[in-house]
Design a protein around this ligand. Structure first.
Ligand SMILES: [Fe+2]
Ligand SMILES: [Fe+2]
Length: 165
């Protein structure tokens, strides 16, 4: 989706409210440790998006700690399974971690406002679906193929199914 689609016709760009992530079975990739990390990602980023001046620092620290764990889990599975496309995946993790840790460090010395924290939450919410759909789903499929000899069977609850009238 382009930025253009979010703007009213013939008008200036508008600040859109953070589109919050919401966990659903549609986000399951079929590898339990990665899926658990992703569910936690949604939780900590949602908490960051909803934080106040008083809770911002704690929420930032929770995101930082989560990303360290989340990315370590994926890296360990890449190594364990001999994942061939690890470098660019790990580079992307590092860029995200660097951005979060930079804001965290500035927030710790009072040099980041709540607006910047919310922008970070939005950037993480914008980044995650594409990364999960493209890089993490490839990793999950690779692990399942290597470990179990096939593609994962993912059971998703309560998904809306469009039925032609
Ligand atoms: Fe992930
Ligand atoms: Fe990843």
């Amino acid at each position: 989706m382009s930025q253009q689609e979010d703007r009213p016709q013939d008008g200036p760009p508008t600040a859109r409210r953070a589109e919050t992530l919401e966990w659903s079975d549609a986000m399951l990739l079929g590898h339990a440790p990665i899926d658990a990390a992703h569910e936690e990602f949604v939780e900590v980023v949602t908490a960051l998006a909803d934080c106040t001046q008083h809770t911002a620092l704690g929420c930032l620290q929770a995101v930082d700690a989560h990303l360290l764990s989340h990315f370590a889990i994926e890296q360990a599975w890449m190594e364990k399974s001999g994942f061939p496309a690890a470098d660019c995946h790990l580079d992307e993790h590092q860029r995200v971690l660097d951005a979060v840790q930079k804001v965290n460090a500035l927030a710790a010395v009072g040099e980041v406002g709540l607006h910047d924290v919310k922008r970070l939450a939005q950037a993480l919410a914008d980044w995650f679906p594409g990364h999960a759909d493209y890089m993490d789903s490839a990793l999950s499929a690779w692990i399942n193929k290597k470990m179990h000899g096939g593609a994962p069977v993912v059971l998703r609850r309560d998904l809306q199914v469009a039925v032609a009238a």
